[in-house]
Design a protein around this ligand. Structure first.
Ligand code: PLP
Length: 360
């Protein structure tokens, strides 16, 4: 068996310890004589799994009691509709468009009500986060929406927007659990787990209780109401049971690593190795305004498409895979999520230096 260094943006690298543990429990989960995949979601064994997962996530993120934690399906993209369907009481919402995912959410919201684009960084290919300290927040906006870490472009909000009292809704798919957050500053925090937490198929929604109501847009399907899932503790129907089990293991792995403060320190150290090299390299350069750089997704280019392609190919042959940039931007992107070990980044930079020597 040989594992590669997987720099994929998602689905992405998971902690090896977690994968080994899951493998050990595959045929017989804790004496039940079956895999978690085969077990009733109403069984005692499974109830313990989902309850513990929620409790560990609450502890890791220090989630206040007046927030619900929901384990749902449909990926982050389903939330693009679920959010307006549940939250648009006035049928108005303000969107800050900092990349493809925010744009998709903004466009989806437009189906259900008046979605206002109150700021954007599209003028410079989403390479920065706009100043959000004094935006024209709509008087009757039901919420203000952001994508906190822009997976494709590699930008991250370092300060949250001033929403002037409106609830903040944030897609944190690609920065989930990468550093501590003050949950109380948000109305909704949500993310697909396949970037930084677990297998695709689970989306976690952390939502302030007062935002969960019966008063949803007419025609909202039962399965897309936050209230039905909140009232049933994410067990209204069969949840993505195996995926939640793996998420639970990742939560325990994070706790054992020292929690989110420790993770932040580790992620900063890791990202610095790559960014420092990009800043000094004569061949490669980062594409994002320095103060807005993401700790998780690091896009870079040589400025020559052929050379980019050569790099991606040679890197893959050397065991550094999935470094090709998103199809809409080209170049390269190294996603260095929680589970990417620091050695992976050190070795990648050593490889880049060698490539630079031969190609600059
Ligand atoms: C990947 C990603 C999505 C889309 O996730 P799906 O689970 O495929 O719907 C949405 N937002 C962000 C920030 C992402 O990185």
């Amino acid at each position: 068996m040989s594992r590669v260094y997987n720099f994929s943006a998602g689905p992405a690298v998971l902690p090896e310890e977690v994968l080994r543990e899951a493998a050990e429990e595959m045929l017989d989960y804790k004496g039940t004589g079956m895999s978690v995949m085969e077990m009733s979601h109403r069984s005692k064994a499974y109830e313990a799994i989902i309850h513990e997962a929620e409790a560990d996530l609450r502890e890791l993120m220090n989630i206040p009691d007046n927030y619900k934690v929901l384990f749902l399906q449909g990926g982050a993209s389903q939330q693009f509709a679920m959010i307006p369907m549940n939250l648009m009481k006035n049928k108005v919402a303000d969107y800050i468009v900092t990349g493809q995912w925010a744009k998709k959410a903004y466009q989806e919201a437009g189906i259900y009500g008046k979605a206002n684009k109150i700021a954007s960084s599209e003028d410079k290919t989403f390479s920065y986060i706009p100043d959000c300290s004094d935006l024209p927040i709509s008087e009757d906006a039901d919420y203000v929406y952001i994508c906190e870490n822009n997976t494709i472009y590699g930008t991250k909000y370092k300060t949250l927007p001033n929403t002037k009292g409106k609830p903040l809704v944030a897609d944190v798919s690609s920065c989930f659990l990468s550093e501590p957050v003050d949950v109380g500053k948000y109305g909704v925090i949500y993310g697909g787990v396949q970037k930084n937490i677990g297998p695709a198929g689970v989306v976690i929604v952390i939502i302030r209780e007062d935002l969960i109501t019966e008063d949803v847009l007419p025609g909202t399907p039962t399965m897309l109401k936050y209230k039905i899932h909140a009232d049933n503790a994410s067990l209204y129907n069969t949840p993505p049971a195996y995926g939640i089990y793996i998420c639970g293991k990742v939560f325990k792995w994070l706790k054992a690593k020292g929690g989110l403060e420790a993770m932040k320190e580790y992620n900063e150290k890791k990202a610095k190795i790559l960014y420092d090299y990009l800043d000094e390299s004569r061949l490669f350069r980062g594409t994002v305004r320095k103060e807005d750089r993401s700790l998780m997704n690091v896009p870079f280019v040589t400025g020559n498409e052929e050379l980019d392609a050569k790099f991606v190919k040679e890197a893959a042959a050397a065991g550094f895979v999935n470094l090709k940039g998103h199809r809409t931007v080209g170049g390269m992107r190294a996603s260095i999520y929680n589970a990417m070990p620091i050695e992976g980044v050190e070795k990648l930079v050593a490889f880049m230096k060698e490539f630079e020597k031969q190609n600059a």
